[in-house]
Structure formats: structure tokens, C-alpha cells
Design a protein around this ligand. Structure first.
Ligand code: NAP
Length: 649
């Protein structure tokens, strides 16, 4: 086929490296290829759309790593790729860029079904084949450069969302400062340093769209992630804008000036007040440690600490350690401390669901790195394939069927199938330990609380002779350890609280005062809500990243959400600036309608149906954290603000 539309190698990807291997070397690398991504890379290298119109039709299912192709088909693709790459090595040529219709055909090939109309724009933009920026906010350009430069935004926090906000504000030429309570960037990846800490979203999607990385691990550890955010701060020249060790104590909206007056405290304990036209809160949801509400908490005489405040100076070797909690944090550190300690007793209140993933602890192999770096277009399609796999993810498997009535098991047919698969995995791993199997089998539907991802490491650690899983209720903390309601007392040298965070206490402990001297926490009265998770009536020009109901638990990556939120916030800032700097106050009726829709959505999900304890809910049982819909829906919701949703203050 003639190559009708061509671009040079440099335009494709400036980080792309020349092919540096002989034929045998190329063949060896191709053994690790993701075949659907490779086929699409081949289309660019050959211009041959026949490659996706023949018998090769991949399957794409979230939990199923198998692409559904036969060995013969895979070998055929690899052989063709080897020849094309060798040719490209010897005589580098131009690449084929498909028309819109052809691109849609390629997307459909990858996702294994025709791409629905409403998805086409979203997916094309996410793929960013021509290097376009999918989360840029074009509305900003309508505001004059001087107006942008004179506007002042204060960003609170220099974690994933705060850095992202700063990058976008800087690109847009909007004046901004960042305050960060810690002494470095990275947020959760700076604070959580417990052994075994790593991300549980695939790293190739847990990264900024504009800063893909050739990740060393499929699910990188804390050090790698911290490094990524540190490098980002350096690369984008953000550190000079960040005041470290500076904590926001309060922010008050001054109705006279239409500005926020923000009081901060620095490392020396000095307080000062500054003005800002707008505030972006990027303080995270899982930031303030939650200690267990148990009597005697202060009475324990040995070292005791929270997983997010790990005391590395405490030597755990040969110690008797008590761990409270079996959530995402404890399940990561327990296998590590079990290798050092004399004994580890894990106190479990609710058994977590565990989703198996054999790549969870694996390094990305050399072959995969080579493919990502050297095969033109492969990295783009590979990342996109990972994005798609998780775009809808397990939403269907955690959606309730009407009339389904098995509250301790499942909320619907798909959920029951999901449960059966998870139970099968538990039985496979704990079949030889019926005592553990019983304790580790949850009595609530999958998805009702956050599942853990593991390749068997945690369950294997529970089988160790020096690890004990206790499920009796705790009565209190004592001088020497933990007393159970049964009266039994367990003595420990060290206590570790893997008891999570004050997730529903959004923005705690800052004091935020809006219109009419209204305090935010009083106005919420324990029911945090926001419009699109971002704006709150009565708090003009106050914008949240990762605010109420923007947490995703079974689909996508939280970085995607932040990118959408920041694009929306920049649209709000542009709207405010183009209205003489007047502040935007979201309309109460718009906000309320939106929240009814969110509540209805959550009521139909596993987490909205089950009564199990979870940080997704507040004290009254409302789901305050989760987004119940698709990624597409959030992408559409947050493309740009609708001026009709706001009144000007
Ligand atoms: P968590 O999921 O909220 O787990 C807290 C644990 O402590 C639960 O097992 C809870 O029991 C238990 N607990 C709390 N108070 C207790 C009490 N008074 N008595 C007995 N048990 C008590 O907290 P987390 O493990 O820190 O994880 C929080 C979230 O952070 C995760 O869900 C995840 O979203 C994120 N995270 C992610 C990663 C990752 O990316 N890999 C790692 C760590 C954390 P109940 O279940 O009965 O409430």
C-alpha cells in the first residue's frame, strides 16, 4: 500500500531511539511484545492497514491478560515485525499517519470491538497520536497575557495534583505560588515510606499524560514514584514557586476585595497572611492519619506508630510486633516486617478482597524496555492499551442488579462471577490452610471496600510460623500490648497502626471561611459534597483537586482524574479573569442536582449497597469519596466549565 500521509521519525517521539540490534537481537526483544500494540506500530511503519483487517482480532478484557490470539498468529506478527524493524534499522524511513476514519479502525482493533461514537473523541484525544496535549485548556488563551500574569493563584500541596496544577498554571502564564507542609514534593509518595510501599495502579497509566516514563516496574515502589515527582518538579522549574514546610492554617474569603486571605505557618512557627484571587486545594484524600479509636491508645510503653509515619529508627529485628489493620498499607508492609520480626500478630477486623496480579512485584523486563524505547509508535499504543484496559475496568463487575438479594455475597450476576473468581484464587492459595481460608474470606460483596492487589506475597506471609492472623475484636491498648474483648491479652514490643486515614474529613485541619462568614466544615456538617468534586457553593474561586466523590476504585488512574480536574479549574480561572476577575460561586441548585445524580449512581454500586466499614463512606453512611461512573463521563463533565453553573461574586 502506498504511504499517503507521512511524518518523520523525529516528529513521532523525540525520545525514540534508533534500532541498535542485529536481526537476532530484534527477534529476541519481540518475544516480549504486546502483540496488538505491535500490530498497530507496524501499521505506522508499513502503511498497511490490511494488518488489522485480516484474521488477527485481539480480545481485550480487563482481568484477562490473554489477547485471544493463536500462537501461529503471534509468531506471524513477530516475524513480520522483525523484518520491518530490520529494514527500518538499515534505511530509516517515514511513518504512515492514518486518517480519522482509519484511526478509529485502529482503535477498534485494539479494544476488540467497534469504538462507540461517544468514545471516539475521548480515545483519540487520549492517544494523542500527533503529540497534541489532551488536557490543555484552550479557554485560557482568550484572556490577555497581562491579565493572566497579574492573577494570583495559591496552590495548597505539592503532591501529584499540586505539581500538576503548578505545571498547568505556569504553562498558561497565570501567576501562582505553592505552599507545601512537608520539606519536599511528592505528597503521599513522600509521606508513606513504610517497607513494601508501592502503587496499585499500572504505572504506565499512573503517570502524567505529558510525562510518560519507561517505568522500571509494572507497579513501581515508593522510591521510584517519589523520584518521578521530584524530577517533574525540577524539569518544570517548580521548586522556586514552592514554599516548603509551610502549612495553611486558614483561608477566608474577603467579600470586599473578592480575594482569599490565607494564613500560613512556616517551619519556624511564624504565621503570615497573603492574598490570592483563587485557591487550588491539592491536599489529597488519604493524607491525615487515622489512629484507632481504642481506649488506652497512649498507654503502650513501647514504640507505636502509624504506617504513614513510619519510624525507621525503630529496629524491628527480633521484635514481637502487633499490627492493627489489613488495608492497602498493612498488606504491603506485613510481608516485609515478618522477615525480620520474632513474631507479627495481625489484627483483622474485616477481611479484604484480594485481586491477583502476577506482575505486581515484577520488574519490567529488558525486552519490554527495548520495545518501548526503540519501536516507533509502540509506546503510544502500549500506554493507550493499558489506559483502555482500565478505562471501564471492573465497573460492570461492581454494579448492582435490581432485585438481587445476597447482601453478604454479591450485588448482581457480574459481581457474583467476580466473587467466584476471587474465591477461587483464595482457595488456590490457602487451600492447605482452612483456618486462614475461613478468616480471609470476606462476607461482603467485592468492590464494597477497596480490594488489594497481590501476587500471593501477603497470603504467603500469613502462612509463616511467626505470623498470626487474629480476628477477635480488640478491647483496648494496654501498657504491654493489646487486650481482646475475650479478655485475652497479647504482649508486644512494637505496635504499628495500619488503620488508614481521615478520608471523609476533606481539607482537615484547615479552617476555610466563605461567603457570609460560613465555615466550610460547618456548612458541610459532616456531609462533604462539591460540584464535579471541584467547587462548593458559598466558597467562590476555591477549587478542589481530588475533592468529594472523585475517587476511583475499580477503573482508571487517579492521575487521569487530576488531569481532568485541573483542566476544568483552568477553565474556571479563565472564566473568572474574563469577567473582570470576579470570583465564581457555583449555584446551589446546580450543585445539589449534581450530587443527587452522584448519590443515585453510588447507590447502584457495590459500595453503595453494602453495610461494610469502608473509608468510602462518612459517619452517616453516605458515599463521600467515590465516583460511580465511567472515565468518559468525568472527561466530558470536566472539559470546560459552563458559565450558567456559576454566579459572579
Ligand atoms: P484502610 O484501607 O482504611 O485500612 C485500615 C485498616 O485498619 C482496616 O483494615 C480497618 O478495618 C482497620 N482498622 C481501623 N480502625 C480499627 C480499629 N479501631 N480496630 C481494628 N481495626 C481497625 O487504610 P490503608 O491500608 O492505609 O489504605 C487506605 C487507602 O490508601 C487504600 O484503600 C488505598 O486506596 C490507598 N493505598 C494504596 C496503596 C497502593 O497504591 N498500593 C497502598 C496503601 C494505601 P476495617 O476494614 O474493619 O475498617
Amino acid at each position: 500500500m502506498a504511504i499517503s500521509s507521512q511524518v518523520s521519525a523525529e516528529r513521532v517521539d523525540e525520545t525514540l531511539r534508533p534500532i541498535d540490534l542485529d536481526d537476532r537481537g530484534i527477534e529476541a526483544m519481540l518475544e516480549a511484545a504486546d502483540i496488538p500494540a505491535l500490530v498497530l506500530a507496524l501499521v505506522h511503519m508499513t502503511g498497511d492497514l490490511g494488518l488489522i483487517r485480516g484474521d488477527i482480532r485481539p480480545l481485550m478484557e480487563f482481568l484477562n491478560p490473554d489477547d485471544g490470539l493463536t500462537d501461529e498468529q503471534r509468531e506471524r506478527v513477530k516475524a513480520q515485525a522483525a523484518a520491518v524493524l530490520a529494514q527500518h534499522r538499515d534505511a530509516p524511513g517515514a511513518f504512515y499517519m492514518p486518517s480519522d476514519a482509519e484511526l478509529r479502525e485502529m482503535l477498534s482493533f485494539l479494544v476488540g470491538k467497534p469504538v462507540p461514537d461517544e468514545y471516539a473523541e475521548f480515545l483519540t484525544s487520549e492517544l494523542s497520536l500527533h503529540g497534541e496535549d489532551p488536557y490543555a485548556q484552550p479557554d485560557v488563551e482568550a484572556v490577555s497575557a497581562s491579565q493572566r500574569a497579574n492573577y494570583r493563584v495559591l496552590v495548597i500541596g505539592a503532591g501529584m495534583s499540586g505539581l500538576l496544577s503548578a505545571i498547568r498554571l505556569k504553562e498558561a502564564g497565570i501567576g501562582f505560588d505553592v505552599v507545601e507542609k512537608n520539606d519536599d514534593v511528592g505528597g503521599t509518595w513522600h509521606e508513606n515510606t513504610y517497607p513494601g510501599c508501592r502503587v496499585d495502579s499500572a504505572n504506565h497509566v499512573y503517570s502524567y499524560s505529558f510525562k510518560p516514563k519507561d517505568w522500571p516496574q509494572h507497579f513501581s515502589n515508593q522510591k521510584v514514584l517519589k523520584q518521578y515527582f521530584s524530577e517533574t518538579a525540577d524539569e518544570y522549574g517548580l521548586r522556586e514557586h514552592i514554599e516548603f514546610q509551610t502549612e495553611v492554617l486558614s483561608a477566608r474569603f474577603d467579600e470586599g476585595s473578592g480575594q482569599w486571605q490565607v494564613t500560613t505557618r512556616n517551619a519556624r512557627g511564624e504565621t503570615s497572611t497573603r492574598n490570592a484571587d483563587a485557591i487550588i486545594s491539592a491536599v489529597g484524600q488519604l493524607n491525615q492519619p487515622q489512629y484507632p479509636d481504642l481506649p488506652g491508645l497512649d498507654s503502650f510503653k513501647g514504640p507505636a506508630f502509624h504506617s504513614a509515619r513510619w519510624q525507621h529508627q525503630v529496629d524491628l529485628s527480633g521484635k514481637r510486633i502487633g499490627v492493627i489493620g489489613t488495608g492497602g498499607s498493612a498488606f504491603q508492609f506485613v510481608p516485609h516486617i515478618a522477615e525480620l520480626a520474632e513474631s507479627v500478630s495481625v489484627f483483622q477486623r474485616t477481611a479484604p478482597w484480594i485481586v491477583a496480579n502476577e506482575d505486581y512485584f515484577k520488574e519490567v523486563p529488558t525486552e519490554k524496555h527495548w520495545l518501548l524505547r526503540h519501536v516507533p509508535f509502540y509506546a503510544k499504543w502500549f500506554r493507550f492499551s493499558m489506559f483502555w484496559r482500565t478505562a471501564e475496568g471492573l465497573l460492570e463487575a461492581v454494579t448492582a442488579d435490581e432485585g438481587w438479594n445476597r447482601p453478604e455475597e454479591s450485588v448482581g450476576e457480574a459481581n457474583q462471577m467476580f466473587r467466584d473468581a476471587l474465591i477461587e484464587n483464595l482457595e488456590m492459595q490457602l487451600g492447605d490452610r482452612p483456618d486462614l481460608l475461613e478468616k480471609c474470606t470476606p462476607d461482603y460483596p467485592p468492590g464494597a471496600k477497596r480490594a488489594l492487589i497481590d501476587d500471593g506475597k501477603y497470603l504467603a506471609s500469613l502462612k509463616r510460623d511467626n505470623v498470626h492472623l487474629l480476628t477477635d475484636s480488640i478491647d483496648s491498648i494496654t501498657e504491654n500490648g493489646i487486650r481482646l474483648k475475650s479478655g485475652e491479652e497479647h504482649e508486644f514490643d512494637v505496635l504499628i497502626y495500619g488503620t488508614g486515614f481521615k478520608a471523609s474529613s476533606f481539607l482537615h485541619p484547615m479552617s476555610i471561611t466563605g461567603l457570609g462568614d460560613k465555615d466550610l466544615q460547618e456548612s458541610w456538617a459532616g456531609e462533604p459534597r462539591a460540584h464535579k468534586g471541584v467547587t462548593i457553593p458559598g466558597f467562590p474561586n476555591f477549587y478542589c483537586c481530588y475533592g468529594p466523590n472523585t475517587n476511583i476504585v475499580v477503573n482508571g488512574s487517579i492521575v487521569f482524574f487530576s488531569e481532568c480536574e485541573v483542566r476544568y479549574i483552568l477553565g474556571c480561572l479563565a472564566l473568572s479573569m474574563s469577567n473582570d476577575g470576579k470570583a465564581l460561586n457555583v449555584r446551589r441548585d446546580v450543585h445539589d442536582r449534581y450530587n443527587e445524580w452522584i448519590d443515585e449512581g453510588n447507590a447502584g454500586m457495590s459500595w453503595g449497597q453494602s453495610g461494610v466499614n469502608t473509608w468510602y463512606k462518612n459517619a452517616s453512611g453516605r458515599i463521600t469519596q467515590n465516583w460511580p461512573f465511567t472515565l468518559l463521563e468525568f472527561w466530558q463533565q470536566t472539559r470546560a466549565p459552563d458559565a450558567e453553573d456559576f454566579e459572579l461574586v
